[in-house]
Write a protein that binds this ligand. Structure first.
Ligand code: 13P
Length: 249
């Protein structure tokens, strides 16, 4: 059965001191659900975060990684460097990586392959822009993002894939997809995966929603049958808000 997961994408926020303080605050909050908690601090703070959450119900994820095994790629981080410090989960395909760092679905397919080769779990992000939704093209866009980056995978690879539908128009804007819009897209995604990989894969993959999830809207979004959790930006930077979202299931 698929898992409920709430992941905090800290983006380029929180220095070392602040990272430790925020984690301490998160650990001090009371978790009332069996939801898996994931936090994704910046690269320089990953090792400290791993050390701090050891023995707790919190997983540390990286926000990106390079597709090569290693080599002359100044400024980049390899999968083996992440796993060596205990990071087994990586976020790939975030819309900010796509928009500002020109990541394409073809590039993301090779990043996914490298992550899986290193037995990492991938939180794969995708979602349409406002112009796509206005043209009623959002289902097509999402279908092609998934096909081009993930549908070369084998059935068994899907054990390591978590999907995160993040409509670009809802990220950091305060504008959330309505629970009905989220459900409609998540159901479309699950049906698409069922067509290609069968119902067992489709029923077991967790599909998270991301885009302006807050304590006051999380419960309604998470109540939808095909929404298995959230990928949270802004509201993950305050421990009380983040845990209120975790506890919204
Ligand atoms: P916000 O929750 O700040 O809209 O960000 C969502 C997001 O991009 C998570 O990856």
């Amino acid at each position: 059965m698929r898992k409920n997961i709430v992941a905090g994408n800290w983006k380029m926020h929180k220095n070392h001191t602040e990272t430790l303080a925020l984690l301490e605050d998160i650990i001090a909050q009371k978790q009332e659900t069996a939801t898996e908690i994931v936090v994704a601090p910046t690269f320089v703070n990953l090792k400290a975060a791993v050390d701090q959450v050891t023995g707790k119900n919190i997983t540390v994820a990286a926000q990106n990684m390079h597709q090569a095994e290693g080599g002359a790629f100044t400024g980049e981080i390899a999968a083996s460097m992440l796993t060596d410090i205990g990071v087994q989960t990586v976020i790939l395909g975030h819309s900010e990586r796509r928009a500002y760092f020109h990541e394409t679905d073809a590039l993301l397919a090779s990043k996914v392959d490298t992550a899986l080769k290193h037995e990492m779990r991938v939180i794969f992000c995708f979602g349409e822009e406002l112009k796509d939704r206005q043209k009623n093209n959002h289902f097509n866009i999402v279908e092609y993002q998934l096909r081009d980056a993930l549908f070369h995978l084998k059935k068994e690879d899907w054990k390591s894939i978590i999907l995160a539908y993040e409509p670009v128009w809802a990220i950091g804007t305060g504008e959330t997809a309505s629970p009905e819009q989220a459900q409609e897209m998540h159901q479309f995604i699950r049906e698409l995966i069922a067509k290609v990989y069968g119902t067992e894969v489709a029923d077991n993959v967790s599909i998270l929603y991301g885009g302006s999830v807050k304590p006051d809207n999380a419960k309604e979004i998470f109540s939808k049958p095909d929404v298995d959790g959230g990928l949270i930006g802004g509201a993950s930077l305050k421990a009380a808000d983040f845990l209120a979202i975790v506890n919204a299931f």
